[in-house]
Design a protein around this ligand. Structure first.
Ligand SMILES: Cc1ncc(COP(=O)(O)O)c(C=O)c1O
Length: 368
């Protein structure tokens, strides 16, 4: 007998998930007769440092060999900067992969995870795949993780709590006092994960020193960071986790692909760290452009959420999907935030000065 469906093959938790769509990129914009401005994925508009480009060119010549499975040189450089021993650092193919690996290593049916919303969606996917119970905690009106509500969700103690600062897609930071409360209040048996994908931007905006605060916590914690945003390396996929205990990095090591971060990416990330002045200049330029975008939005009578990251979220008088569709026709790629009460919110990634001007001009006509 022939089987005309493969549906029964999927893991039950995977079969129950919504269809995979993936983000839009230029290839999905066929028929748009305007220059495309990719302001949708919170990437950097600047190319990587010339030192990175040189390191990549050199590393490419060695790609007949697998990469260092422990990314030793990169781990040593990050250990120097963070004072976290290399045994408590693990790399991922982007920090997105680390989130999925955390699901595999730490979550299972019968465990519970507390996550903010709206926030980075893969937290929820990782929990769903593992069959874990999700507790979703709305962010505050300003878009920060709501620490009081997250702590209220910690009884009984969940396996894991994830917080993000700055939070994506809202952009808000955790204040120093909210962070301290979170660290003190999350139960000792719970893994507290703080996603700092936008760490460098957060610090630039005066955000608290999360790692320093966590180092005082005896109970398990883990910090996620990435080279995708502030180091202009989204296309090479390098993220890392800093953890409180060897057991946590060991757990992730057991479930990850041995060579998950490729040779070119490791060389690029190391070179990016060697050119901090370049990265800092790019971050400052982005922050200035973000503030200029916020001023422009306010001048249109809108109220952008306060952002410490490389994007701005703002409520519009029209549904977010409608605004996104109208801007797409002009070649401007942004995303809706979506989900109650954010149906009318859009998120705009900071690009070049011309991108800022173009998005403001387009919004003026679309929202008229
Ligand atoms: C909060 C947050 N965490 C993690 C990631 C994943 O970044 P990457 O996989 O590029 O390291 C993103 C990307 O947008 C993000 O916004």
């Amino acid at each position: 007998m022939t089987q005309n469906s493969a549906a029964g093959i999927l893991r039950r938790t995977v079969a129950a998930m919504p269809p995979h769509r993936g983000p839009q990129i230029e290839e999905d914009m066929a028929g748009v007769n305007a220059p495309l401005r990719r302001m949708s994925l919170n990437e950097s508009a600047d190319p990587p440092s010339p030192k990175v480009i040189a390191a990549v060119q050199q590393a490419v010549a060695g790609v007949n060999r697998y990469p260092d499975p422990k990314a030793r040189a990169l781990a040593a450089a990050i250990s120097d900067r963070t004072e976290i021993p290399v045994s408590r650092i693990v790399f991922g193919n982007g920090s997105h992969e680390l989130i999925m690996l955390m699901g595999n290593a730490f979550m299972e049916a019968g465990t519970r995870i507390v996550v903010p919303n709206p926030s980075f969606q893969p937290y929820q996917s990782a929990a769903k795949i593992a069959g874990a119970d999700l507790t979703i905690v709305p962010v505050t009106e300003e878009g920060a993780n709501d620490v009081d509500a997250m702590l209220a969700a910690c009884n009984p103690a969940p396996r894991m709590v994830i917080a993000a600062t700055p939070n994506n897609p809202t952009g808000a930071l955790l204040s120093e006092s909210a962070l301290a409360k979170l660290i003190a209040g999350v139960p000792e048996t719970t893994l507290l994960v703080i996603d700092e994908a936008y760490f460098e931007f957060g610090r630039l905006a005066g955000g608290p020193d999360v790692l320093k605060a966590l180092k005082a916590r005896k109970a398990p914690w883990l910090v996620l960071r990435t080279f995708s945003k502030a180091y202009n390396l989204a296309g090479l996929r390098v993220g890392y986790a800093l953890a409180s205990h060897d057991e946590l990095t060991e757990g992730i090591n057991r479930v990850r692909g041995v060579f998950n971060v490729n040779r070119v990416a490791q060389a690029a990330a190391l070179a990016a760290l060697s050119d901090e002045p370049y990265a800092k200049a790019s971050q400052k330029k982005t922050a200035a452009e973000r503030d200029r975008l916020a001023v422009g939005l306010k001048a249109m009578g809108l109220s952008p959420l306060p952002s410490a990251a490389n994007f701005v979220a703002v409520k519009t008088p029209k549904p977010g999907t409608e605004v996104v569709g109208a801007l797409a026709k002009q070649g401007i790629m942004i995303v809706p935030v979506g989900g109650p009460p954010y149906e009318n919110h859009i998120r705009i990634t900071i690009g070049s000065a011309e991108d800022t001007d173009a998005v403001l001009a387009a919004l003026k006509t679309v929202l008229r």
